[in-house]
Design a protein around this ligand. Structure first.
Ligand SMILES: [Zn+2]
Length: 150
């Protein structure tokens, strides 16, 4: 853990975290709803220890990831009715070097100019356009419920 790592700080605050910050926890991964998204259902899948490259993952961490991405994608299809999901991992922003996979619902009506990597449009909007805390909690709760009934 490093003091300036956003993901490690969140991991350390799980007992008081909102559901959106810990909507699904496994042995090695925490799934959160992105706090700065203007698109409902933008999930972030984060290893529960500090790693800065995918190559640093242990075999056990790696083995959990594929099935988890599949389960979360299935839940997103049912909850937000997306057509498919996008998966991206960069970990390049200052303070966000901790590995994190963006799992993004690609909605049927997503404008062509925001498809593919340009979907980050929805993560770079002014704060006034972010989902509210209540909206994030609602979609996080629906996804968590869906995962419990798998
Ligand atoms: Zn970290």
């Amino acid at each position: 853990m490093t003091g300036d790592c956003y993901s490690c700080r969140e991991e350390g605050n799980l007992t008081t975290a909102s559901l959106a910050e810990r909507l699904h926890l496994t042995d090695h991964w925490r799934t959160a709803h992105a706090f700065n998204s203007s698109l409902p259902g933008w999930l972030v899948v984060i290893p529960r220890r500090h790693v800065t490259s995918i190559a640093e993952l242990t075999p056990a961490e790696a083995a959990e990831l594929g099935p988890l991405v599949h389960r979360l994608s299935t839940a997103l299809h049912e909850v937000v009715r997306c057509e498919k999901t996008y998966v991206m991992q960069f970990a390049e922003a200052e303070g966000f070097g901790h590995v994190h996979f963006h799992l993004v619902p690609r909605m049927p009506d997503l404008p062509p100019e925001h498809r593919g990597p340009r979907v980050f449009h929805y993560l770079t909007r002014p704060e006034s356009e972010w989902l509210t805390t209540d909206q994030r909690e609602e979609v996080a709760g629906a996804i968590a419920d869906r995962l419990r009934t798998d």
